[in-house]
Design a protein around this ligand. Structure first.
Ligand SMILES: Nc1ncnc2c1ncn2[C@@H]1O[C@H](COP(=O)(O)OP(=O)(O)OP(=O)(O)O)[C@@H](O)[C@H]1O
Ligand SMILES: Cc1cn([C@H]2C[C@H](O)[C@@H](COP(=O)(O)O)O2)c(=O)[nH]c1=O
Length: 251
């Protein structure tokens, strides 16, 4: 594959909104945590979008069905389908939300492709990263929260949940390699990633997730210039205040 040079840009570099992605292996608790954060944003009256990959858009929902519940897909086709979902998701849902100043929370984004298709499927992390950067025109999250847990524990959680999908049925070695791949990604971009130990009760994990989100929102607020929309700043301040109140209540 020819490398397409692409200059990654964090969302905040060009938009009033903030993009936060949640990453990690299957069953580590991403959906649980992203919902807690979204509820806090909703309670604070902050414009936000809770979305996911694959399947954040109508086209994406069809791609998700093919990928998770369809026939076997060869590794390269799998990578392209995830990239197609991401391209449409970034262009039609994420960028418009960032343009209007929303906090966008996405349950998985490009790091999942790098870990699953690049590392675990052995397609090559760099090639898969380039593909995703091309697909999204270089849109990289402001903050990526990596929930880290022993894959055996996460497998227990997904088994308790019931039905498994095509990726969840992959052997243990696949899931172990994912954990290493995600941790390597976090180590290579410490400014973007926050790694959180997900092998703890939901509330304890949530406290750290909220702290990381507040940090990203504060940093973003500080970067917004005088030209920034006042409503965006007020929304971000409302979120920080709600997160502080949440912490003081001790939940
Ligand atoms: N900290 C936790 N302790 C115990 N159980 C948890 C914890 N977090 C989530 N769970 C449970 O584990 C299961 C998987 O959680 P969740 O769906 O949030 O994970 P996920 O990372 O989004 O999974 P997937 O990637 O497969 O969608 C759920 O049944 C959830 O209630
Ligand atoms: C975005 C993305 C996802 N995957 C895998 C990871 C999971 O096994 C499924 C998605 O299911 P979830 O319940 O929504 O977590 O797809 C992947 O392999 N590559 C990707 O880019």
């Amino acid at each position: 594959m020819t490398h397409v040079p692409h200059d990654p840009r964090t969302a905040s570099a060009g938009y009033p909104g903030v993009l936060i992605s949640f990453e990690g292996g299957d069953g580590v608790g991403k959906t649980t945590q992203i919902r807690i954060l979204a509820d806090l944003l909703a309670a604070a009256g902050v414009d936000h979008l809770l979305t996911r990959e694959p399947g954040g858009t109508r086209l994406g929902a069809s791609i998700r069905e093919l990928l998770l519940h369809g026939e076997e897909v060869c590794a390269r086709a799998e990578a392209l389908l995830y990239a197609a979902d991401r391209a449409h998701h970034a262009a039609t849902l994420i960028r418009p939300a960032l343009e209007r100043g929303a906090v966008v929370l996405t349950d998985r984004y490009l790091d999942s492709s790098i870990a699953y298709q690049g590392a675990a499927r052995s397609l090559g992390p760099e090639d898969v990263r380039s593909l995703s950067l091309w697909a999204t025109d270089g849109l990289v999250p402001d903050l990526t929260i990596l929930l880290d847990a022993d894959p055996a524990l996460a497998a227990q959680r997904t088994a308790a949940r019931g039905a498994t999908d095509r990726l969840e049925r992959e052997p243990d070695a696949f899931h172990s390699s994912l954990r290493t791949a995600f941790l390597d990604l976090a180590a290579s971009e410490p400014a973007r990633f926050v790694v959180i130990d997900a092998d703890r009760p939901v509330d304890q994990v949530a406290d750290e997730v909220i702290e990381a989100a507040v940090g990203a929102v504060r940093a973003h607020g500080a970067r917004l210039t005088s030209g920034a929309r006042q409503s965006v700043l007020m929304g971000l301040e409302a979120f920080v205040a709600a997160a502080d109140a949440h912490r003081r209540r001790g939940r």
